[in-house]
Ligand binder design. Structure first.
Ligand code: F0G
Length: 470
């Protein structure tokens, strides 16, 4: 009998689609300016997409930072702001949400992630110490260096190969870490700087098995682990999807288990936490908390607001509870994957597997004829903007900056352009338009030449550097 049953439409198509667990209540108009206007705009911006005006951008994939759409509940939360200088009730709500979902005991709010990085770096790094981590992040490493430390990359080798399909390319190579400990001594390691997911590697996750093994290793040497939790909800999704034993566990449970292997975390709330501004640092050690809480009043604000308005903390507290909903995080990561799958189907060189927050184009695959010190990824981002008004970001030699010892460029293995997807902002049609523009730029790749840097700021040069075509 059953073999005569007609196939459902889904079976005939061989697929079953997912959809966003929300509908749109308010819209923000966007427009595409003409090609000649775009050419003028990118020239005036010194071929740096950070220097474009947002009004001249059609689809903005510069970053997922602070660009999320808030929910109706978060907007309602803004009206409940308690703007008391001290002891705002929104702070206590935020503290409760961080304790409940991340599991750390003590919370210090900051204005955004780098505020938190500053506090923790200054509090725990002693001059001359090393900070091993799973690939650098721009602001994180700079704060560690300013505090007198040296960052050492101990990520697995697979992470530096854009085409390696390892499911947990964010993992720490424990042998590399142990070799560093042997070489410099455990007392000269400030802490392990662990990020989930790894932004510069393509939004790649760390497995639960890896953090467990890391904990065991660090316990043997008495080394602390601090987590960059900026995109840890996305990391938890990959654990649920790929790691044995986690398929039936909710995101919230996975997140808390993972954080439980670490001693504290810093956070850019502008990503996972679904707000436009905010950050925090949270730890389990009371003495360290004391230090952080004392320091926050110098640089950020009182310890019950840390640079945020009461209303911002309320939206953030609500954002944390929405972040851990399984269908939210699944649709968020699957939208990124939708764009990545389109590009892979067209044989466009992208970092694999597709990560949690962005699709990364491999600029070396586009422009093998442009040497790295002629900034191929910078040029690719500019070309994409000129083609369609889509704004992306360079994540290659410009972002990597200069070696503080030698003054020479750092030459990262990955020379990438990041198409970063904001949370709950764009539709699948925007992804289609983006993919087709990438295809057009890929088709014209042979004619493209490199760039020359004509202005270079001292710190985090990618934000403000200027270029001219060769
Ligand atoms: N850590 C990670 C992993 C980040 O991606 C960022 C910011 C920060 C820390 C710093 O946080 O911006 O709130 O001060 N990343 C943004 C990006 C800028 O576009 O990837 P922040």
């Amino acid at each position: 009998m059953s073999e005569h049953k007609p196939k459902t439409m889904g079976q005939q198509l061989g697929r079953r689609s997912w959809a966003e667990p929300w509908k749109i209540k308010m819209v923000e108009p966007i427009r595409m300016i003409s090609r000649s206007e775009r050419e003028k705009a990118i020239q005036e911006a010194g071929y740096n997409t950070f220097l474009l005006r947002s009004e001249d951008v059609y689809i903005d994939l510069l970053t997922d930072s602070g660009t999320s759409a808030m929910s109706d509940r978060q907007w309602a939360g803004l009206m409940l702001g308690d703007e008391a200088y001290a002891g705002s009730r929104n702070f206590y709500h935020l503290e409760e949400m961080v304790q409940r979902y991340y599991g750390y005991k003590y919370l210090v709010p900051t204005h955004q992630g780098r505020g938190a990085e500053h506090l923790i770096s200054q509090s725990v790094i002693k001059q001359g110490q090393y900070i091993p981590g799973n690939m650098y992040f721009t602001t994180t490493r700079l704060h560690q260096e300013i505090a007198g430390g040296t960052f050492v990359d101990v990520i697995i080798d697979e992470a530096h190969d854009p085409y390696n399909e390892h499911p947990f390319k964010g993992n720490i190579d424990l042998a590399k870490l142990e070799a560093l400990i042997d070489r410099v001594g455990a007392e000269n390691i400030a802490f392990v700087s662990l990020a989930g997911t790894v932004n510069m590697a393509g939004g790649q996750p760390v497995s639960m098995a890896n953090v467990k093994a890391l904990r065991a290793l660090c316990d043997r040497y008495g080394i602390k682990i601090y987590l960059d939790a900026t995109r840890m909800a996305e990391n938890s999704f990959f654990i649920q999807e790929r790691e044995e034993g986690y398929a039936d566990k909710p995101i919230a449970e996975i997140l808390k288990e993972f954080c439980g292997y670490t001693d504290g975390a810093w956070m850019s709330a502008k990503k996972d936490n679904l707000v436009n501004i905010g950050g925090w640092v949270a730890v389990n050690d009371e003495k360290l908390f004391d230090k952080l809480r004392n320091m926050v009043v110098i640089y950020e604000g009182l310890h019950t607001y840390g640079g945020m308005a009461g209303r911002d903390m309320e939206a953030l507290a609500i954002g944390i509870s929405e972040m851990v909903e399984d269908d939210h995080i699944a649709s968020r990561v699957n939208q990124v994957r939708y764009l990545g799958d389109l590009l892979m189907a067209w044989n466009i060189p992208v970092v694999r597997p597709i990560g949690g927050h962005a699709v990364f184009l491999d600029a070396r695959g586009f422009y093998p004829h442009i040497p790295q010190d002629q900034f191929p990824a910078q040029m690719l981002a500019a070309q994409l903007y000129v083609d369609s008004g889509v704004r992306a970001m360079e994540r290659g030699i410009v972002s990597a900056g200069r070696d503080p010892q030698t003054g020479d460029h750092r030459y990262p293995k990955l020379e990438l352009v990041r198409l970063t997807i904001s949370r709950r902002v764009y539709t699948q049609a925007h992804m289609d338009v983006t993919a087709e523009s990438v295809m057009a730029v890929y088709d014209s790749r042979q004619q493209t030449r490199g760039l020359r840097m004509v202005y270079e700021p001292e710190y985090l040069r990618f934000f403000q550097a200027r270029f001219e075509p060769l």
